[in-house]
Ligand binder design. Structure first.
Ligand SMILES: C[S@@+](CC[C@H](N)C(=O)[O-])C[C@H]1O[C@@H](n2cnc3c(N)ncnc32)[C@H](O)[C@@H]1O
Length: 380
């Protein structure tokens, strides 16, 4: 059977599939795809030792699957947090390193206790805009002591791992409603809850990393903070396959959902705001961009991707529809249109019915029940 014939037989709904595999659930990420999708394409369209590229890296799902299948991963995203999460998810941290974390937790606990009992009078509140609106005073203190200790870790891989664990709890302990809802709500949080949530998160991530440590050593990864509309992010002909899910118009606002995570990690939500394709904040404006602007952006991306991808290799995109100024936009058709002006040949398309409970949905983009998996070939 050819690779395409094998792919045609797959039930892309993956209704019963376990998605919490390897390091895939290390950090929440809106519109993350399930690991089974990149896995199938990597297995069929590449060989061990090949390089798999994701130009809209997100939380690194393609990269994790590439590494555990013995392929190398490259990727870029305009969201600095996406790159940090992807690094932490693909870097095998030697379990011996984890022993340092017990000391770290003890030290932080002591500091927080000293703060609550008045032995530590004050601390240097981070310079984050409107921090008091979005975090309770004592939550700020606990996050500060945690962040401070993490900064002192000398092993960079372990430090990234802990920063991702910290980032993972920030929305939960803040006054932000949820990962895809940037509004303030009242939450019931008490002293030491932030510390407890962090230690639970850390122990969960440690367990996951210990389970798949060996698997992650099978491939290398290299990620960059970069806008896919820019040229030469990676050398020409450096990838054997691209598997990605691009941003789509009016769907998400990564700069908003991740705003306070980015601030705490000393990253910049304002530069993300400027370079994020498809942001709801822009597309929902009366005179904001439309599907033709999206096409132009994707055209630039396709131009650059096709140089990085070796001729004769496959380019796979997973995309859903969106609602733009009251109209339903078929984004798979837009991508096919964009490809017509490039050397990408349309090969095939699969439809996937979504398990609405498993995906992070933004009601602004409508009640989307299916998404498309579009396959192109970079002609020789
Ligand atoms: C649908 S998400 C990808 C999710 C990913 N497949 C995963 O499983 O986590 C789209 C990503 O595109 C990124 N993005 C938006 N505009 C971009 C641009 N101009 N260049 C590169 N990445 C961009 C967003 O930050 C977001 O991480």
């Amino acid at each position: 059977m050819t690779e395409l014939a094998i792919l045609e037989k797959i039930d892309w709904d993956f209704v019963k599939a376990e998605t919490n595999t390897a390091t895939n659930h290390m950090h929440p990420y809106p519109a993350k795809f399930i690991p089974q999708i990149p896995k199938q394409f990597i297995e069929q369209f590449s060989d061990i030792g090949d390089t798999i590229y994701d130009p809209f890296l997100g939380s690194g799902t393609t990269a994790v699957e590439a590494n555990i299948l013995g392929r190398n991963a490259i990727g870029n995203d305009v969201n600095e947090l996406a790159v940090l999460i992807s690094k932490a998810k693909t870097t095998p941290v030697n379990p011996v390193q984890f022993k340092k974390l017990d000391t770290l937790l003890n030290r932080v606990y002591k500091k927080i206790d000293e703060y609550y009992t008045g032995k530590i009078k004050d601390f240097k509140k981070p310079d984050i805009p409107n921090i008091d609106l979005w975090f309770k005073d004592f939550v700020i203190a606990e996050l500060f002591f945690l962040k401070n200790e993490i900064e002192n870790i000398d092993n960079q891989d372990l430090k990234n791992f802990c920063l991702v664990a910290l980032s993972g709890i920030i929305v939960n302990v803040s006054n932000q409603d949820s990962d895809t809802r940037y509004v303030r709500v009242q939450k019931n949080i008490s002293h030491f809850d932030t510390f407890e949530k962090f230690s639970k998160q850390l122990s969960k991530l440690r367990g996951k990393m210990q389970e798949c440590y060996q698997d992650l050593t099978k491939g290398d990864s290299q990620f960059k903070v970069a806008d896919t509309r820019e040229e030469n992010i990676f050398p020409d002909n450096s990838a054997d396959l691209v598997v990605t899910s691009p941003p789509y118009p009016n769907a998400y606002d990564y700069h908003l959902y991740h705003k306070y995570r980015l601030f705490w990690l000393e990253m910049n939500p304002y530069s993300l705001r400027k370079s994020e394709i498809g942001a709801h904040a822009d597309y929902s404006k009366k005179n904001g961009p439309d599907e033709f602007d999206f096409m132009r952006d994707m055209g630039k991306c396709f131009f650059n991707i096709r140089k990085i991808l070796k001729p004769g290799s496959y380019f796979v995109l997973v995309i859903g529809n969106s609602i733009l100024k009251g109209r339903s936009i078929k984004n798979d058709e837009i991508l096919k249109e964009v490809a017509r002006n490039t050397p990408f040949n349309f090969v095939t398309e699969f439809t996937r019915n979504l398990n609405l409970r498993k995906k992070s949905f933004n009601p602004m983009i409508g009640n989307i029940k299916t998404e498309k998996i579009v396959v192109f070939e970079n002609i020789k």
